[in-house]
Design a protein around this ligand. Structure first.
Ligand code: FA5
Length: 342
């Protein structure tokens, strides 16, 4: 039965492409698709097939019918267009259809804006790998294997045949601090954008794939005042001087002391709402003074040089800048959202 249906489909397609006139097309329709046509006649045989075969035969029959109907409609459209052309109805002066222009993704737009601010104050831009060694993502950042801080980074591990469990999708851009210091003598002033991955629950402000921009400045005599001054200047350039900025103590194993930086919530202006979880503030980055252990691990002398580092989430910055209420919109591929940034 299935073979007969497939043979009928082949025959019908061949005949359809041979039809040259409207009469031939109509004859084809009567022969294959009409109620008294061959397909209907063949389907009457389904009743005598074994009951267990009937669902499959029914599915194939429906597929054949749908394929023949759409082939018929396409052929009909061809004929109509040919007729229009022959009648001179075809207006060659009509403008063509313009291809739709793409737009820069809001994350990339904000990443570029952020990099521009830091470039204007002397930072250069570098990049690093998204598939990273455990050593760079954790160990050289003062997070050994049994350190509880690893729980804060729910990790996508990558098993390789020779190194099971020692590669991962980087959970932050901080491994680039080490990579850059390893190959550069101080002074260093660099910003590193890129994607990072975390196996965590998604909500209005958390994604599993998002961007970070890492910043690092190391030189003789760098202090916490340089960190605060630089990040305040950045926040003012990005959000305007009326925005309030909050620095509060936090902990990251690779800095000491560590802080988090938040900006007053774009949605409620600081009063407290769903987006800022009633706190009035939206955290946009972690920062701190580079830990002496990290400096030592790359061969710098912490008695001679010091530095600050920060890591921020550009999606969160974009949410603040454009009033976007849900981070899931960024990578949901809904064109109605993305076109607003054209
Ligand atoms: C870090 O990832 C540290 N590496 C940052 C750092 C760098 C601290 C240098 C000190 C020195 P944290 O997990 O807090 O820290 O993430 C940093 C920023 O990334 C957050 O402030 C937030 O803006 C963004 N972020 C974190 N998790 C998510 C997520 N799931 N979705 C979207 N953005 C996120």
């Amino acid at each position: 039965m299935i073979e007969s249906l497939q043979a009928l489909q082949r025959e019908a397609h061949d005949e359809l492409s041979n039809s040259r006139t409207n009469d031939e097309l109509e004859a084809w329709r009567l022969r294959f698709l009409a109620r008294s046509g061959q397909l209907t006649r063949l389907l009457r045989g389904v009743g005598v097939a074994a009951p267990e075969d009937r669902p499959l035969i029914g599915r194939v029959a429906n597929e054949v019918k749908a394929a023949l109907e759409s082939a018929y409609e396409a052929r009909q459209r061809d004929f109509e267009q040919d007729a229009e052309r022959a009648n001179g109805d075809f207006d060659v002066t009509l403008p063509g259809r313009l291809p739709r222009r793409g737009a820069i993704h809001p994350t990339i737009r904000v990443v570029r804006d952020i990099l521009t601010v830091f470039q204007s104050i002397g930072f250069r831009v570098a990049e690093g790998p998204e598939v990273e060694w455990e050593r760079y993502n954790f160990e050289l950042l003062n997070i050994p294997r049994d350190h509880p801080a690893r729980d804060m980074h729910d990790t996508y591990w990558i098993d390789t045949p020779t190194n099971p469990g020692s590669m991962l999708l980087r959970t932050h851009t901080s491994p680039n601090q080490v990579r850059i210091m390893e190959r550069t003598a101080p002074p260093v002033r660099v910003v590193v954008p890129g994607r990072v991955y975390r196996y965590e629950a998604i909500d209005a402000t958390h994604e599993t794939m998002f961007f970070q921009i890492e910043g690092l400045a190391v030189d003789r005599g760098i202090t916490m005042a340089d960190l605060k001054g630089t990040l305040t200047a950045f926040a003012r350039a990005m959000f305007g001087s009326e925005r309030r900025i909050l620095f509060y103590c936090s902990y990251f194993p690779f800095v000491e002391p560590g802080v988090e930086v938040a900006i007053d919530c774009f949605a409620c202006g600081g009063a407290g709402c769903r987006i800022c979880k009633q706190s009035g503030w939206i955290e946009i980055m972690g920062a701190g003074m580079v830990h002496p252990n990290v400096l030592r691990a790359v061969g710098y002398d912490p008695d001679v040089v010091s530095g600050f580092a920060f890591g921020m989430g550009p999606e969160r910055v974009a949410m603040l800048k454009y009033g976007i209420q849900d981070i899931r919109l960024f990578y949901g591929n809904d064109l109605r959202f993305l076109r607003q940034f054209a």
